[in-house]
Design a protein. Structure first.
Length: 170
């Protein structure tokens, strides 16, 4: 390949779906999904923290898989579906995970809560009946500086039971 004839691209024409809403536009090739969400779309529930994929505060779902949006380049989400904490509730109806986090005080300072809920949402999509051990393993990349891990696990277990109860009643 002749390098002299290669054009360096500085932007990318992006199309994706965020929380059920299509979005498209030109984005810098180096822009992260976190930057798009917070700066362009003003979805500030996803938190910026470590910026090195170790804390989980920026977790969102891309095609129902948890990703660290701080290091996920936005062009990787082209033609995909992104779910953020803002898209979890349905109008005024909170998701069972959100309700359980409130009831069990799974959110203390609240900074890690959006990432914890998003990781838990992906877990329950993958495994609707997790054990405490499976929860601990699945959320091992999500740090809670308050140490609310027992309340977080209780919240996830309660939400799993509630979701099963709703499924059984259909």
């Amino acid at each position: 390949m002749n390098v002299d004839h290669m054009e360096a691209r500085s932007t990318f024409s992006l199309s994706l779906n965020v929380n059920g809403t299509p979005w498209s536009g030109e984005v810098p090739i180096e822009e992260t999904l976190l930057e798009l969400l917070r700066n362009r779309l003003r979805l500030t529930g996803t938190k910026r923290s470590c910026e090195s994929e170790v804390c989980g505060a920026c977790t969102v779902l891309v095609d129902n898989r948890p990703v660290s949006s701080c290091n996920y380049l936005v062009f990787e989400a082209h033609e995909k579906t992104v779910l953020t904490i803002e898209g979890v509730a349905r109008g005024d109806d909170l998701d069972p995970l959100q309700e359980a986090f409130i009831r069990n005080i799974g959110a203390q300072c609240g900074y890690c809560t959006p990432g914890q809920i998003m990781a838990a949402k992906a877990l329950l999509m993958n495994n609707p009946h997790p054990t405490r051990e499976q929860i601990a393993e699945w959320l091992s990349g999500n740090i809670c500086r308050c140490g609310a891990y027992p309340a977080i696990a209780a919240s996830i277990l309660e939400a799993a039971r509630e979701m099963q109860r709703k499924t059984d009643s259909l």
